[in-house]
Design a protein around this ligand. Structure first.
Ligand code: GSH
Length: 233
């Protein structure tokens, strides 16, 4: 197939990367197919052609694009008529805010809360040494120390969601009546978490949980159809 998506893989063929989920949802939104190529953390040679060391990488005919945000912009520019991801330049600017907010606020707190489970349950044995070394350097503490901080990191995550919760009490999707790329950015974090940990990020009556259920149902249950540890909603 001319279009290929290189995505992270762990044990039992789990494709759990939050950034790759952003791209998978964006492709589904655009009704575009792609052959999915699994890449373990340490299989850097498989994506060396992209000039980078992270996934997602999209190959679309002669074009190679890496970085989930760059891929979303590429898809919007290359396939402008089919189902807009951003709804125009103003929407793209707002989606960029969601990208930066998710990367700098949501992802780090969830990462610390679930890294112990991620390491134990889904990091491939061949990648464990690499994962421990790189992630402990990033965390400034051991995986076990981070795991012990779960309650406080989850509390920080829940607090950070306050404006999102309010928004989703007013409208079904982040982007309004229909989902768009900002929804996929935030959804990537929730999908990643449920695929690597049984720890529920949210509980009870919560507009964000209700939104997550709607997101899991999109595109024939694309998100719901994969193996997950947190199967609530
Ligand atoms: N800003 C990048 C981040 C991509 C990223 O960090 N991907 C992780 C997987 S979740 C990765 O490939 N890590 C490889 C490594 O740690 O060696 C994007 O949005 O695509």
């Amino acid at each position: 197939m001319a279009r290929q998506l290189f995505e992270l893989v762990g044990t039992d063929d789990r494709r759990f990367s939050p950034y790759c989920w952003r791209t998978r949802m964006a492709l589904a939104h655009k009704r575009l197919e792609a052959a999915r190529v699994p890449v373990r953390f340490t299989e850097k040679e498989l994506i060396a052609f992209s000039g980078g060391a992270t996934v997602p990488v999209l190959v679309d005919g002669p074009n190679t694009v890496r970085d989930s945000w760059a891929i979303a912009c590429y898809l919007e520019e290359t396939y402008p008529t089919a189902h807009s991801l951003f709804g125009g330049p103003e929407g793209r600017a707002l989606a960029r805010f969601f990208n930066l907010w998710t990367d700098s606020v949501l992802q780090p707190s969830v990462f610390q809360a679930i890294v112990g489970d991620l390491f134990a349950l889904v990091v491939d044995p061949a990648d464990k040494e690499y994962f421990r070394k790189t992630r402990e350097a990033r965390l400034g503490r051991t995986i076990e120390e981070a795991h012990a901080l779960r309650p406080e990191k989850l509390a920080a995550f829940k607090a950070a969601l306050a404006p999102l919760r309010q928004l989703l009490a007013e409208q079904p999707f982040v982007c309004g009546a229909k989902p768009g790329y900002a929804d996929y950015i935030v959804f990537g974090t929730f999908q990643w978490a449920r695929m690597v940990s049984a720890c529920p990020l949210l509980e009870g009556e919560d507009a964000v949980l209700a939104w997550r259920a709607r997101m899991l149902d999109l595109y024939g249950g694309l998100g719901r159809g994969v193996a997950a540890f947190d199967t609530a909603a």
